[in-house]
Design a protein around this ligand. Structure first.
Ligand code: CAA
Length: 381
């Protein structure tokens, strides 16, 4: 067993720390306030060559591994969670299903654009009536000649305004038992009848793009089918396994950033003639925060390692997502607490970390759904 990062992973961590401090952190507060998408940051991430990091070089990717992907998400989220989620969804929800299930032609056509940053990656699973019950898909794709004609809507879709295309789930028929046949179809976002609605007003992650999609008689040829007909639901659940590692990494990064700010503040702020860091009540809070971040990071890296080894990692992905997101909520709340009244003020940034953290207990499967997945994985029925 070896807990050291490889030379390449250490190099990526160092590079991303410098990039995040120099290029992402300075605008984070303003982007949160103005809800401006980090477009400039993304073009610079493209110049760094990491927009296709874990995908093979033949598609323009970096040929790297999932731990490196997690490190990038962690370092971006440590200073700006909106940038972290944009990157995480780009790779794990946008690029991954095309890489995993696409034909060679689809990979050449679409995955290459994701790796180059020509298109941001997104996927469409959730619907107004299909949230935790992701199989409750109502969007329909009816066969007409050589085409699918798609009608329906998708909600809470990350990155959709900046995606040239996305894979989405739709009901393409029913089996003999009357059960829905759900398939994944790649749809260009500029297709006639495809509308990306305005940004939602959210609690946090203000600079991340989240929108609703409406499809009215959107017509695509059947060669837009991703993988086999009827396998869309399973493909998307498999995609979410990878996405949950990204959310776990985001949680570690956000918590790390909030913890560092709280530690620094505790060393500087004096009350009753001593710094806060000299009071055991605050020391114990900081010790617990440091320990839980370390534990969550180990869980995220282990799930990522299992994915790279080709092992089943559904349980580990859910465990790391669940533990890390709940840890992140606790750590960011304690970071605000340590700052006292100042923590409640925008100037000290930790309130942003706390608002951003909440999404991690909800997105890509709520904490309740993660417990359900883990319970099934350990044999409860
Ligand atoms: N990988 C591959 N296949 C899987 C799988 C996985 N991780 N998990 C289950 N499957 C298979 C099952 O084996 C089963 O196959 P069979 O039909 O052959 O037996 C099939 O998929 C259906 O599985 P279940 O019976 O377990 O399905 P279910 O309806 O009970 O639902 C669930 C399972 C875990 C609750 C699932 O619906 C789920 O994860 N829900 C949460 C969805 C979610 O995370 N949504 C957030 C998406 S994020 C988003 O949309 C916005 C964005 O941009 C970020």
């Amino acid at each position: 067993m070896n807990f050291e990062l490889t030379q390449e992973q250490s190099m990526i961590k160092k590079m991303m720390r410098e990039f995040a401090e120099g290029e992402v952190a300075p605008g984070a507060e303003e982007r949160d306030r103005t809800k401006a998408f980090p477009e400039e940051v993304f073009s610079k991430l493209g110049e760094l060559g990491i927009l296709g990091l874990p995908f093979p070089e033949e598609y323009g990717g970096g040929g790297s591994d999932t731990i490196s992907f997690a490190i990038v998400v962690e370092e971006l989220s440590r200073v700006c969670a909106s940038t972290g989620i944009t990157y995480s969804a780009h790779i794990s929800l946008g690029g991954a299903p095309i890489y995993l299930f696409g034909t060679e032609e689809q990979k050449q056509k679409y995955l290459t654009k994701i790796c180059s940053g020509e298109s941001l990656g997104a996927f469409g699973l959730t619907e107004p009536n299909a949230g935790s019950d992701a199989g409750g898909t109502e969007t329909e794709a009816i066969e007409e000649g050589n085409d699918f004609v798609i009608n329906g809507s998708k909600c809470f879709i990350t990155n959709a305004s900046y995606a040239q295309f996305l894979a989405l789930t739709a009901v393409t028929g029913r089996n003999e038992k009357g059960e829905k046949e759900i398939s994944a179809i790649i749809v260009p976002t500029d297709a006639d009848g495809f509308t990306v609605l305005d940004q939602y007003e959210k609690m946090g992650l203000h600079a991340s793009n989240t929108t609703e999609l409406v499809l009215e008689n959107v017509r695509v040829s059947q060669d837009h089918l991703l993988g086999n007909r009827g396998e869309g639901f399973k493909q998307f659940l498999q995609t979410l396994d990878g996405g949950r590692i990204g959310i776990g990494a985001m949680a570690v990064g956000i918590a790390q950033g909030a913890y560092e700010k709280a530690l620094q503040y505790a060393k500087e702020r004096k009350q009753f003639g001593k710094t806060l860091s000299q009071f055991q009540a605050i020391q114990f809070k900081l010790a617990d925060m440091a320990m839980k971040i370390e534990l969550a990071r180990n869980m995220v890296y282990k799930a990522a390692w299992m994915k790279d080894q080709g092992k089943s990692f559904t349980k580990e992905a859910s465990m790391c997502k669940l533990f890390a997101s709940e840890m992140c909520m606790e750590v960011t709340s304690q970071a605000v607490q340590i700052h006292g009244g100042y923590g409640y003020m925008k100037d000290y940034h930790v309130e942003r970390y706390m608002r951003d953290a909440k999404l991690l207990e909800i997105g890509e499967g709520t904490s309740e759904i993660q417990r359900l997945v883990i319970a099934r994985q350990i044999g409860c029925s």
